[in-house]
Design a binder for this molecule. Structure first.
Ligand SMILES: [Zn+2]
Length: 399
């Protein structure tokens, strides 16, 4: 099967994960794509391919050099919009104009300048009513095509381990990852955007739950007695740096993000996330929360604010940089095909970061797909095919 047909087949499976679930994977329909991939691998001759009880797919393609390299992609699709009954539109040769998805929805070149790089390429879009699921079925299709081609080539390559994981979009893609099986020198997630982008930096991340305990009393007799927890919550927030918020930051700038607030006079709770690429600045941001807490508690003379700060994940940069060769292989492969590699920090987390901290060093490579998590998602089939060649060449460099 060629890469386009493979991709179209994979997106015909609805594999949307869910945050409202007690099962693992969070949606049982992810098993269907996992089963399909195991069968496809077996029909290619990868007889050791298997799916485990958690819907992870694993397989090993024996090599003829000593190294063991992992390739990882995720099965599930984003929560924001349905990935069921996708009606893909194929553009055989993109002409550089705005793309009409339906009468109401257009992908405009002026909004998405990356489209200039897609001219003359074969693209797949949605009909504007669902997502496409290129995140990360483009990654799955690329890896499957790499495996198919490598099995038909005579060249040298390392032993390749593949893992397709469920529930990445709900942050649980590595929860039941089988590290005992996945013994590799290093690995790559294939879960990014443009094919010349390499990501090896992500945020350090923490959450902070703030509880404000007020003193409620009838407003008519409240003088010098009431402590309105809603007002104290606002006071607390104003003690944090005003411009360290998502809406004011980009690139390497960190932020604190208030994403939930609930309360009454008596009690208010707030949920923040804390993000920074730089570990020292990240620790300083956490300290800002504690300083604000102390300031307010001193002012009111009792523990009006209590905090619960929990680390979520860490920047994999500290682990990847000492092993420069992990970045040099994709860099050299991209240059070989005439691309300029771009090292872009991820403003979020990645399964690769969690894998890295469990010993599977794992930067992220591009898939040639764009506008993830929405109906304007685009898969650039021409670039996806190129990425197959880039990965095969990259693997041939690893000795
Ligand atoms: Zn993804």
């Amino acid at each position: 099967m060629n890469l386009l047909n493979r991709f179209l087949k994979y997106i015909s499976f609805d594999t949307q994960s869910s945050e409202e679930s007690d099962t693992f994977p969070s949606t049982l329909k992810q098993h269907d794509l996992a089963d399909y991939l195991v069968n496809e691998l077996k029909s290619m001759g990868v007889t050791n391919a298997f799916k485990d009880e958690f819907s992870y797919v694993y397989a090993t393609i024996p090599g003829n050099v000593n190294k063991r390299i992992g390739l990882v992609a995720h099965l599930d699709t984003a929560l924001e919009i349905s990935g069921a009954y996708i009606k893909p539109q194929i553009i055989e040769k993109y002409n550089g104009c705005d793309i009409k998805l339906n009468d109401k929805v257009h992908i405009k070149v002026q909004d998405y300048p990356f489209l200039e790089k897609c001219v003359n390429h074969k693209l797949v879009t949605t009909d504007g009513t669902t997502l496409l699921g290129a995140d990360d079925k483009a990654g799955v299709a690329i890896i499957m095509t790499v495996i198919e081609k490598i099995l038909n080539l005579k060249g040298n390559h390392p032993t390749i381990l593949i893992a397709f994981t469920p529930d990445e979009e709900v942050g649980n893609g590595t929860l039941h990852f089988n590290y005992d099986y996945f013994k590799v020198d290093f690995a790559y997630t294939i879960d990014g955007g443009p094919i010349n982008y390499i990501n090896y930096e992500n945020f350090n991340a923490a959450s902070c739950e703030v509880k404000v305990t007020g003193k409620s009393i009838h407003p008519g007799s409240a003088k010098n007695k009431m402590v309105n927890s809603l007002m104290v919550a606002m006071e607390f927030d104003h003690l944090l740096p005003a411009f360290a918020r998502p809406e004011y930051t980009e690139g390497y700038e960190g932020f604190n993000h208030l994403n939930d607030l609930n309360g009454s006079v008596n009690e208010t709770s707030m949920s923040y996330i804390i993000r920074n690429h730089d570990i020292e600045l990240f620790e300083k941001q956490k300290l800002d929360f504690i300083t604000a807490q102390n300031t307010i508690n001193q002012k009111y003379g009792y523990n009006v604010i209590s905090l619960n700060i929990q680390d979520s994940y860490k920047n994999m940069k500290e682990l990847i940089l000492p092993r420069k060769e992990i970045l040099e292989y994709p860099t050299e492969a991209l240059k070989y095909f005439g691309y300029t590699p771009v090292m872009e920090p991820i403003r979020g987390g990645t399964d690769g970061a969690r894998l890295s901290y469990e010993g599977v060093l794992c930067p992220n490579l591009g898939t040639g797909s764009y506008n993830h998590h929405g109906p304007m998602e685009i898969a650039d089939i021409t670039d996806m095919n190129k990425m197959v060649d880039i990965i095969i060449y990259m693997l041939s460099l690893i000795k």
